[in-house]
Write a protein that binds this ligand. Sequence first.
Ligand SMILES: [Zn+2]
Length: 336
Amino acid sequence: MGIDTWTSAYAAVQTALTAMEATLSLRPHYLSSSSSSSSSSSSSSSSSSSSSSSSSSSSCSAVMANGNGDTDNVATFALIRPPGHHATTNLCGGYCYLNNVVICTAHYLSSSPPPSSPTQQQEQQEQQEQQEQQQQPSQRKCIIIDIDFHHGNGVEEILHRQSPATTPNAGSTPDKGSIPWPHRCKYISLHAHPDYPYYTTHHPSPLPKSTTLSAYLSTLSSRLESLESWCASSTGPDSTGGANTTTGGADTTGPLVLVSLGLDTLSSDPVGGFAGFRTRADYIRVGEMVGAFVRRTRGRGCFLLEGGYVVEKLGECVEGVLRGFMAGVNGGEREG
Ligand SMILES: [Zn+2]
């Protein structure tokens, strides 16, 4: 393994973290309405944010504005390679070396709020600080929605291994009485089986390659719906080891929703391909559903690129998901 590979993997993580941090300052309309009524100017569309990528990596991140002409940003996207969701604690595989989405999750759920920067939009920073103070790390929640064709075995393995029930001293030291970070994260994966990584998942019902778009959307809808009560509750221990008990208090913001965005669901992908994914319009439908979920749960969305190997189609598929997401966040989800 060459140094350039590790440099690229490191740059991908740094870019993912940059996008994730930018996500925390987003002010979609359903969150802005509960905070200060003043509005600060922000980018009009797709403004690039900073990236610490090295020259050997093509990774970059962007903040997306909605399509309604106002200035509320609705999501961030990290255009990164190599992908990460197959990387386990001690195994690289499936083109993955460092698990980008889990690193972002662990950082978000266990780190302190970022310090304010006097040089960057002071007013927006103050609003962000107010929200973050209301939602300290021990109260935060994260949802990983993995819509790559393949199972994110690395994500599942790390979350399971980091669970205090498995390794009592693993992970960061939680505040007294708080729930350790792996238990404040929910992971759903809509992956194919049988296919790489041929892992015996704990998650239900892998999908056959013959899955139609309507069947895929139905499965995605039901799995997202199953998370909504958890999103609405305050963090607290439940009998299953998750954080699912209402303990009082009201969070003003919902979960950070990290989307492992794999485009190898495209039917013509050389290493994947569900039968139902053929055009950009199919990806718009997926994006709409995820966006509507983020809106309903008062969350914030951050997309991290995973797989997708029909290079000439990759751009339009990504654009379709993100455009659909913006419509869903703004209440424009279509039926069916
Ligand atoms: Zn994949």
